[in-house]
Design a protein around this ligand. Sequence first.
Ligand code: NDP
Length: 332
Amino acid sequence: MTREVVLSARPQGVPQEGDFEVRETDERDLADGEVLVRNVFVSVDPYMRGRMTGVRTYVAPYEVGGPIDGGAVGRVVASKHESVAEGDWVLSQLGWCEAGVAEGKRLRRLDPALAAPSTALGALGMPGFTAWIGLTEIADVKEGETLYVSGAAGAVGSAAVQIAKLKGLHVIGSAGSDEKVEWLRSLGVEAFNYRETRAKDALADGIDVYFDNVGGDQLEAAFAALRPFGRVAACGAISRYNDQQPEPGPRNMAFIVGKRLRVQGFIVSDHFARFDDFLREVGPWVAEGKLECRETMLEGIENVPTAFAGLFRGDNTGKMLVRVGPDEPSGV
Ligand code: NDP
């Protein structure tokens, strides 16, 4: 018997712990090609909020009463797939559960000698890859340019600011607490607390590129600060995800015309063909300690809803994760 978290009600506004419940599940026998994985780390991600609304976007919605799939890292306890063996560390999409059955061909094997397995959910996984694709393919950043990153102390943002620094950019970042700002400054970022300093003032000297994780006021401030031919990599808009009515957009969109700006949204899953290129560049930076992989870790499957709701309160510095089992689960 293991446990999983299910969606018990569609969140209205800010997600609450009561929108979820933990239930027990039975394990089942494996069919050919399948693998039983015990999760060690479960990821909570802002895009999951959109899947809870019940509206189909670029990805299918979660069903009320149903499980919540998403990124997870665990150990294989039984395998009927030829390229996955008992004891392997694997990345799966099993989501918010202590254990589950996955198709072996959908798992990515991880080498714990190369990097801590949890980084496959953060700097060396989807968030880090999002940062890298946004900077390289979408914004096409150049050495010497000034980049502004909102949500800069989060999973995507902290990877973006560090990758940009390593590529020789001048980086400005915003975050919602003084502790986060202090951490960003220790990484060489010109950081400010957006709750105390208006982005408009902090960006007064102008920027070439904006990596947008937040939308809303910070996007409006970036339009004002962008220089002619500036670019926006539109990655996310977390400040708007809990709106029950759509809010009017930035009031100064005419700048897009006058300053000849290029604003491009992107979805990381469209770019997975480039994942190995990303690992070749960013993997060594992580291994050499040039890119810091900070994590905020909660414990226990029952705390996954708290971790998720915490994303919208700013509870995390770096990647928000939940440890749902030991590194060496019984059976491995
Ligand atoms: P984070 O680790 O950044 O966690 C969320 C953070 O957002 C919080 O810690 C909080 O930090 C900040 N935040 C929450 N509410 C607000 C608000 N109202 N205004 C400003 N900041 C807020 O999450 P991720 O790094 O995983 O995701 C960052 C963004 O990237 C999200 O918008 C997400 O949807 C997007 N994304 C897009 C992808 C794509 O393919 N386009 C893929 C992955 C992520 P603080 O204390 O600083 O407020």
